[in-house]
Design a protein around this ligand. Structure first.
Ligand SMILES: *Cc1c(COP(=O)(O)O)cnc(C)c1O
Length: 376
């Protein structure tokens, strides 16, 4: 059994993907081909953001967004303690201090209460200037933007939505990657919308920021790439990856997102009396980058993972360590508030196999083995 079966997806989409790749090879437009521009328009239309600027990966997308927001030394950037390293790494790389904020146990996403506490503490200390909130759409579910937006407005902060895992999620009719003043995603193969290598994108409604991003990603280009008007980077999405993503975006819209939601609903239905299942608040819709359950304690979690492994069922621990405990952040004075929910989640969380192509028989085996372990 595969944790996320990308081969099965390829077998299903093979004729279209092979054709899309072969078109790029024939045309020879490996960098900045027309597929890149087409994909950007399709992604903007899908998310509802005015502008989409693709780039080399989701980490660069965060870095480019922080460059546009002019984040640097002396700035405080608020980041959930429970996330992938890049959410905290990128503000630190710009010289700012990531201030870690606790999450809510039921949704795994940033706690608005903890966020407000952290902002107040930083303001009171007076050493750093609070600038940006990096809200992460963890495991596919949008963060609590209605509440986070109120706090951002109250304290005069901007929101950077890290939608690396959130593409396809929504609150009401509003789609992920349109909640931030600037938003990002990743097309790493295992993400909800993945390519066949690295890829990423930035979304914004701000015309000026969009032009800045188009310049930054190609060495700070001006009218052309040999006219360099600012210091930038080299971070483009390959035409080959854009061509693959065009095919995958179509499948994602037509049936994959609904299919993965059906699999998640089935897990919820069959596991709800056995373990803590993820809560999707009313009006929220997840794209299910992960299906993460909570066990009673670390011993049970590790025991279940070992049992599943013996049965040939893969599972993953996202994340085994709070960001605030990563060695790389130890000299940075990143901790201002209580982070005990995250600490507790790291001991109890376990992600189960999940993807749009998962068959009921496969899923039943996972469920049966969880039952057997917990009841036996
Ligand atoms: C995957 C991920 C990233 C980074 O994306 P890459 O494309 O791997 O650079 C950033 N933030 C979160 C929350 C992620 O899950």
């Amino acid at each position: 059994m595969q944790f996320r079966d990308l081969q099965k997806q390829y077998q299903t989409l093979k004729p279209e993907i092979d054709q899309a790749i072969s078109q790029v090879l024939t045309a020879g437009t490996f960098i900045s081909g027309q597929q890149v521009t087409e994909l950007e328009a399709q992604l903007a239309a899908y998310t509802g953001a005015k502008h989409c600027i693709t780039c080399a990966n989701g980490t660069d997308a965060l870095t480019l967004a922080l460059m546009v927001l002019q984040i640097g030394p002396g700035d405080a950037v608020f980041v959930p303690d429970f996330t992938f390293f890049a959410s905290g790494e990128t503000p630190a790389y710009e010289g700012a201090v990531p201030i870690f904020v606790d999450v809510e146990e039921e949704t795994f996403n940033m706690s608005p209460n903890s966020l407000e506490q952290a902002i107040r503490k930083v303001k009171k200390e007076g050493k750093l200037i609070p600038k940006v909130i990096i809200a992460v759409d963890l495991f596919g579910q949008p963060a609590n933007y209605p509440e986070i937006r109120k706090i951002a407005d109250q304290y005069g902060l901007l929101i950077l939505e890290d939608g690396a895992q959130g593409f396809g999620g929504r609150i009401g009719e509003q789609k992920a990657c349109s909640f931030g003043d600037i938003s990002t995603t990743s097309f790493f193969p295992a993400k909800p919308l993945g390519c066949y290598g690295d890829g990423g994108a930035i979304f914004t409604d701000h015309e000026d920021w969009a032009s800045l991003l188009r310049s930054y990603r190609v060495h700070g280009k001006g009218t052309d790439k040999y006219d360099n008007v600012r210091i930038g980077v080299n971070s483009r999405l390959d035409t080959l990856q854009a061509a693959v993503l065009q095919v995958k975006l179509k499948a994602f819209q037509e049936y994959e997102l609904e299919a993965v939601n059906r699999v998640a609903e089935r897990y919820a239905h069959k596991l709800k009396d056995l373990v803590r299942i993820p809560r999707v608040p009313q009006n929220f819709y997840s794209s299910w980058a992960q299906y993460s359950i909570l066990l009673e304690n670390e011993e049970k979690r590790n025991g279940l993972q070992a049992h599943l492994k013996e049965q040939g069922i893969p599972s993953m621990i996202y994340y085994p360590k709070p960001m605030s405990q990563q060695t790389a952040f130890q000299d940075m004075d990143c901790v201002k508030v209580d982070l005990s929910v995250t600490k507790n989640l790291c001991r109890r969380v376990l992600a189960l196999p999940l993807h749009p192509y998962m068959e009921e028989a496969e899923q039943d085996r996972v469920i049966a083995e969880i039952q057997r372990f917990l009841k036996g």
